[in-house]
Design a protein around this ligand. Sequence first.
Ligand code: SAM
Length: 246
Amino acid sequence: MRVDIISIFPEYFTPLDVSLIGKARQKGLLDIRLHQLRDWTHDVHRTVDDTPYGGGPGMVMKPEPWGEAIDAVVGAATTPPRLVVPTPSGRPFTQEVALEYAKEPWLLFAPARYEGIDSRVMAEYASRLRVDEVGIGDYVLAGGEAAVLVIVEAVGRLLPGVLGNAGSVADDSFAPGAMADLLEGPVYTKPPVWRGHEVPPILLSGNHGAIARWRRDQALRRTIAKRPELAARLDRRALDKRDREI
Ligand code: SAM
């Protein structure tokens, strides 16, 4: 997958050199290209913002540098990228959206600063690209760079060959399928007793069927306790008799 990121803080993305995503880049599974938005300004101050029309506090990102930058990155591509614009007012970013993005060959991110990007930029590209305004949660960050890091990590780990054990995606919270609204239950490793806390004996039993059942029970209990709104959304048809008793 190719990922382009246009930002006034390209240095913000050094975490993409480490761990899983760093290894995916080394293996050539992820081609991440960073661009400095100010390279597409033409004044001595390399200005990317201006005061908002209509007044009010804060500054708004000017359309011209964004337009030039996006045009330059997209070029004459016959299959253009999907343009992802992080904003608190966007479509909520979920595991479902991450799975959708993982199927794309090319994503282009436009993280803003200040009060965001002049809205005409999204309107302009909506006729040429698929434009997604995406929010990573109901809170306000200082800029879109952290949101891009979140999205790239969530999407990158879903790409074929990135995770050592691809099966772990199927056990994750929000795993795709009929039980997509289920959280993963608690996990344990050695030693069997730590500071007096024991690992649930069923996990040491070697009985794979019983362990799978226990894990499902725990996942359901955790979802009901911590995210009742997700539990309420669970597909009733995917629940068995035991699930319903929980
Ligand atoms: N005034 C804007 C509003 O209330 O929607 C928030 C602007 S915020 C200070 C600056 C930038 O950070 C946004 O344009 C966006 O790129 C990014 N951002 C902030 N919170 C975000 C969130 N929850 N999800 C995605 N991006 C976010």
